[in-house]
Each structure stands twice: as C-alpha cells, then as structure tokens.
Design a protein around this ligand. Structure first.
Ligand code: FES
Length: 114
C-alpha cells in the first residue's frame, strides 16, 4: 500500500505562528504555519507521552524552525522532527502542501498485519 495525500483543512484555519491539531487517518497531526511555511508532525510528545505538540510555542533556534514541547520544553525541528536536545528522539514528520487553499498531508500507509 502506498502513501496517500489527505485533505486536512483550509489554510485559513491555521494562524501563522500557532499550531493546530487534526485527526488524520486516526492519528493526531500537529500542523504549524510559521512565516508562511507549513509543517506537519506527530502531535505525540515522545518525552511525556502526551498529545500536546500542537500547543507548543514555535521559534527559531540555531537557525532551525522549532516547536517547544509544552511539557518538558524540548525543542523539535519542524522540518525533520528531530529533537535538538537528544537527536536519538524525533517526532514523526509528514510531507505537507497547500493546494488551492487546502492543507494536504501525506500520511504513511498503515501496514495491516493479518
Ligand atoms: S495530558 Fe499530559 S500534559 Fe496534559
């Protein structure tokens, strides 16, 4: 099964600098618009185990656009999902595009095991 682009919402529903959470294929995706650029990562904070990443504060750190977890404040690169404080940990990140004002996210196919 291959990856599929999913329509998520209108780009006007996302405020620049703030995150939004969407349920896509039963997975929580944190969407961010930062300086006009869209990012999509998993909403699940790997350090706390809580679905809170979309509530994080965005910023620029070491030249990378990041979100800080609202729980323990680790920073995640929004492009790659990699944690700046511990590069062995990362958020799942998804390709995202805006097409005709619609936010489209590419979700990895789920492999169902019989
Ligand atoms: S549920 Fe974990 S921080 Fe709120």
């Amino acid at each position: 099964m291959s990856n599929v682009w999913k329509k998520v919402c209108s780009v006007h529903e996302i405020r620049d600098g703030l995150g939004a959470c969407a349920l896509v294929d039963n997975r929580q995706v944190a969407l961010f618009l930062v300086n006009g650029q869209m990012f999509a990562v998993s909403n699940l904070d790997p350090f706390s185990g809580c679905n809170v990443i979309s509530r994080g504060i965005t910023g620029d750190l070491e030249g990378r656009i990041v979100v800080a977890s609202p729980v323990y404040k680790q920073h995640f690169d929004l492009e790659t999902g990699i944690c700046l404080e511990d590069e062995s940990v990362c958020l799942e990140s998804y390709p995202v595009e805006v097409v005709d004002g619609r936010v489209m996210v590419m979700m990895p196919a789920i492999d169902w095991v019989a």
